[in-house]
Design a protein around this ligand. Structure first.
Ligand SMILES: Nc1ncnc2c1ncn2[C@@H]1O[C@H](COP(=O)(O)OP(=O)(O)O)[C@@H](O)[C@H]1O
Ligand SMILES: Nc1ccn([C@@H]2O[C@H](COP(=O)(O)OP(=O)(O)O)[C@@H](O)[C@H]2O)c(=O)n1
Length: 231
């Protein structure tokens, strides 16, 4: 372990089980950087939608490959100390969470050159450690040597209900059936894609938080951090 206990913490898992919530809370407690890698794939997807690269759900990969150099994604801390996603200097934190983006992000995320570009950015963000990053392939591809890897799951029903409540709270429109379908479809695509498929790293610790409160999962994660830094 390095001198000041700065480590890399990877939190992967199925959609909408609570990864970002846990990651943000732990990063705040530790004074670590928090990166929502999913937001980066959502931002690329939004770029595709906004620039006419999608026709009937099909992405024009040749044009996207040319356009990748014109996609700048960054996170800026807002006045409440929370990171927000910027695409080409525009705050897109709300837009990237829409059902329109959610319905296209997994096919976009299955494209090899998109994954290569995002992985390079993510690895650069974590090069000085002291980071909590959540996503699908953080513990398997982005940071295979992360000192702490968690893989979170929960029942599809629980996850759809959590995401629906979150969307309605934010004033977004969706139905339970629509969200459940999106959650299950994305997980299927994410698990079966060729490049960096969603899977639990062999050395990741599994957490099913279907019956855990926010406080319980935060405490569980903090205890895993304490164990990791004592190694
Ligand atoms: N243990 C939990 N119990 C109830 N709601 C939860 C729990 N963990 C997270 N949530 C809520 O579920 C929603 C999705 O959580 P989020 O962290 O965005 O999931 P993910 O990052 O895995 O997609 C959020 O509204 C969050 O507050
Ligand atoms: N490291 C990552 C993170 C997200 N993604 C893709 O981006 C999508 C959205 O990720 P997200 O974390 O915002 O999704 P939720 O778990 O919040 O529903 C996922 O369904 C994956 O298709 C990925 O491929 N690799």
């Amino acid at each position: 372990m390095n001198a000041n206990n700065n480590i890399v913490i990877a939190i992967d898992g199925f959609s909408s089980c609570g990864k970002s919530t846990m990651a943000k809370e732990l990063a705040k407690k530790l004074g670590y950087i928090y990166i929502d890698s999913g937001a980066m794939y959502r931002a690329v997807t939004l770029f595709c939608i906004q620039n006419g690269l999608v026709t009937n759900g099909v992405i024009d990969e040749d044009r996207l490959k040319d356009e990748m150099r014109n996609i700048k994604i960054e996170f800026r801390i807002n006045s409440e100390g929370r990171p927000e996603t910027y695409l080409n200097d525009k705050n897109v934190e709300q837009e990237i969470r829409s059902m329109q983006v959610s319905n296209l992000v997994s096919p976009v995320s299955a494209i090899g050159f998109v994954r290569e570009a995002m992985t390079r950015l993510q690895q650069d963000m974590g090069r000085r450690k002291g980071i909590v990053m959540d996503g699908r392939d953080i513990g398997t591809t982005v940071f295979p040597n992360a000192e702490l890897k968690i893989f979170v799951t929960a029942s599809s029903d629980t996850r759809a209900k959590r995401r629906l409540e979150e969307m309605l709270r934010k004033g977004q429109t969706a139905t339970y059936d629509e969200v459940l379908k999106n959650v299950e479809e994305r997980d299927y695509i994410d698990q079966h894609r060729t490049v960096s498929p969603l899977r639990k790293a062999d050395d990741a610790i599994l957490l099913d938080n279907s019956h855990m409160t926010l406080e319980q999962q935060d405490q569980w994660l903090y205890n895993e951090y304490l164990k990791a830094v004592k190694k």
